[in-house]
Ligand binder design. Structure first.
Ligand code: AMP
Ligand code: GLY
Length: 422
């Protein structure tokens, strides 16, 4: 079968790596892809936000299955366009992707199906939002309703911070995404990510992970897109996964179906766990980045079978085979990230890193120049390994990093610390 993956980051490199291992995959194209992805698939530079372009590309190249990586094409309706054209598609419709694209919508769904989440209120005017914050006090969380590239959430430890965030959002800092603001109760606890496939009716958990959002060791410094991840997440015990399925995920999937907008694709539930119970922080309508890198390391070739079953509505009869293993990924980023950084520096030593079912350097932001690999983004490489224990996976990943010669880059030295010290 011929498969098209949309996206260009480490997530898409990991998806391509897993899909390629499955004998069902004949031709694999990633659009637009990156320098690492060209080593295992063809790359095509097309406008992935335009449904008509994606559909005609699929028709011209006889693609049988489309896997959509990032949220932007989902929110733009690319999955709808593909399905309307009769293409087998992995990824929710624009209406279902509102679970990520609108925080107020997610809260509405939680209310409708009584899923546990933070108490909240929503506002379209600054004065009322400010009055609410003054009445509630801090800590409190201020969120721009729409997609803001992960930057639209301010966890305010003081009232002044929350008021400033409200002014920024209504002042247009996040454009249309900030036209509505959701203000939430601050939840204490430990965060973890739970990944579930849904074919619209049935759901199958496909793994857990924990991310490291802060840029510095010891979880210090500004927030980032994620500096590393590991799977499984020990905090998401079997019992908590069951509770999260019964109280949060399955009611959401039933409510989406009831509204005539069934959810088809991967649902990424960000959970806050406290006192043995999970509450929903947010949904994403796509795989996490860098969480996918560790999930794909563990799922391998069956990832394609699972995504196909999801797209074809066959999840009910589907089984996920788990090994008792652990995977960990360390993000290497350009110095300065998540602030300003330079692109174009050369990365050497990648050829000294092993590439097999236990080791893989996924490329997140790279390009090729004169036969060299150069940095072309903030998050640049995802050095990923699998082991029998988390410590084994961690040691293998950092041993690979020792081979990489890239003075203009940096990484955290403590990925996995929380689970390793528990
Ligand atoms: P979100 O984009 O909604 O996941 O928010 C980004 C991050 O902000 C989350 O991963 C949490 O670390 C934090 N966060 C969001 N909402 C809350 C909340 N109600 N209480 C505490 N932390 C939160
Ligand atoms: N790693 C967080 C995300 O993908 O949203």
């Amino acid at each position: 079968m011929n498969i098209l993956i949309l996206g260009s980051g480490g997530r898409e490199h990991a998806l391509a790596w897993a899909v390629k291992q499955n004998p069902k995959c004949d031709r694999l194209i990633v659009a637009p892809g990156n320098a690492g992805i060209t080593m295992l698939a063809e790359c095509a530079d097309i406008d992935i936000l335009d449904g008509a372009t994606v559909v005609s590309f699929c028709e011209e190249n006889a693609m049988d299955f489309v896997i959509i990586g990032p949220e932007a094409p989902l929110a733009a309706g690319v999955a709808d366009a593909c399905r309307q054209a009769g293409l087998l598609t992995f990824g929710p419709s624009a209406a279902a992707a509102r679970l990520e694209a609108s925080k107020a919508f997610t809260k509405e769904i939680c209310d409708a199906c009584k899923a546990p989440t933070a108490a909240y209120a929503r506002f379209t005017e600054a004065a009322q939002a400010r009055a609410y914050v003054t009445a509630q006090g801090a800590p409190i969380v201020v969120k721009a309703d729409g997609l803001a590239a992960g930057k639209g959430v301010i966890v305010a430890m003081t009232e002044a911070e929350a008021l400033a965030a409200i002014d920024d959002m209504f002042g247009g800092e996040f454009g249309a995404a900030g036209a509505e603001v959701v203000i939430e109760e601050f939840m204490e606890g430990e965060e973890a990510s739970f990944f579930i496939l849904s074919d619209g009716t049935n759901a199958r958990p496909i793994g857990t992970a924990q991310d490291h959002k802060r840029v510095g060791d010891g979880d210090t410094g500004p927030n980032t897109g994620g500096m590393g991840a590991y799977s499984p997440a020990p905090v998401l015990t079997e019992a908590i996964q069951k509770q999260a399925m019964e109280e949060i995920v399955l009611p959401t999937i039933r409510e989406m179906a009831r509204r005539g907008t069934p959810y088809q694709g991967v649902l990424y539930a960000g959970l806050m766990i406290e006192d043995g119970r999970a509450r929903l922080v947010e949904y994403n309508a796509r795989f996490g980045d860098p969480e996918t890198q560790v999930l794909m390391m563990r799922l391998g070739a069956q990832a394609l079978d699972l995504m196909l079953a999801c797209a074809e509505g066959r999840l009910a009869g589907c089984q996920v085979n788990w090994a008792e293993d652990h995977a960990l990924t360390v993000v290497m980023a350009a110095k300065g990230y998540p602030g300003a950084y330079k692109t174009g520096s050369e990365i050497r030593g990648l050829d000294r890193c092993p590439e097999d079912s236990r080791h893989m350097v996924f490329h997140a932001g790279t390009a090729a120049r004169d036969g060299q690999i150069i940095a072309n983004g903030g998050r640049v490489l995802n050095v990923t390994a699998r082991g029998d224990t988390l410590a084994d996976a961690r040691n293998r990943a950092y041993a690979m990093i020792d081979h990489i010669r890239w003075p203009e880059g940096f990484c955290r030295s403590d990925i996995g610390w929380r689970a390793l010290t528990e």
